[in-house]
Design a protein around this ligand. Sequence first.
Ligand SMILES: NC(=O)c1ccc[n+]([C@@H]2O[C@H](COP(=O)([O-])OP(=O)(O)OC[C@H]3O[C@@H](n4cnc5c(N)ncnc54)[C@H](OP(=O)(O)O)[C@@H]3O)[C@@H](O)[C@H]2O)c1
Length: 182
Amino acid sequence: MGCREQRWSLKGMTALVTGGTRGIGFAIVEELAGFGARVYTCSRNEKELNERIKEWEGKGFSVSGSVCDLSSQDDREKLIGSVTSAFDGKLNILVNNAATVTLRKFVDYTPEDYSLIMNANLHSPFHLCQLAHPLLKASGNGNIVFISSVAGLVALPMLSVYSASKGAINQLTRNLACEWAK
Ligand SMILES: NC(=O)c1ccc[n+]([C@@H]2O[C@H](COP(=O)([O-])OP(=O)(O)OC[C@H]3O[C@@H](n4cnc5c(N)ncnc54)[C@H](OP(=O)(O)O)[C@@H]3O)[C@@H](O)[C@H]2O)c1
């Protein structure tokens, strides 16, 4: 292996990427697996998830996954149980990617909209960090990546609740860096 490949290799590393079947999460799975990491991912659509896993297998990537609705506490606990088994209790990289976006005028948001967005975008990553903490510690080299949004920094139309969830994620990132990075 050349020194460039060695420097950029993630061989021996394990990663959990939420929402890896489409969009940014899909690209993150491909990138991490392409560098040699073993990746676990999840989404709510079993057919799409299985298709992606087959595709990755064909490319020689080590990617496994399971169906999980991240807004459900039970599903989050099951997901971390599956990751524990798949990676022998050790997780190097947690990527909190999956999120929900609903466009509404501020006065039109229902309590259900609010709960759905906050649960998917803030509560779920918060709880996954707690559940994954022992696995991250056990790896001896744990990393957490939160996928935020420009909407968490500046005001954009029709996105007040999504923006609030991403603003909170930005602050959670800072607080966790202080509590856990050292
Ligand atoms: N795309 C953008 O322009 C943009 C801009 C700024 C920030 N972001 C952020 O980037 C991240 C990814 O966005 P994206 O646009 O790539 O999203 P996307 O294309 O809609 O894909 C979202 C992924 O997450 C999964 N997912 C969504 N809700 C889930 C749930 N409750 N449980 C399990 N899986 C779930 C989806 O699969 P299923 O639906 O099948 O479950 C899918 O795999 C998000 O955090 C988003 O806020 C995106």
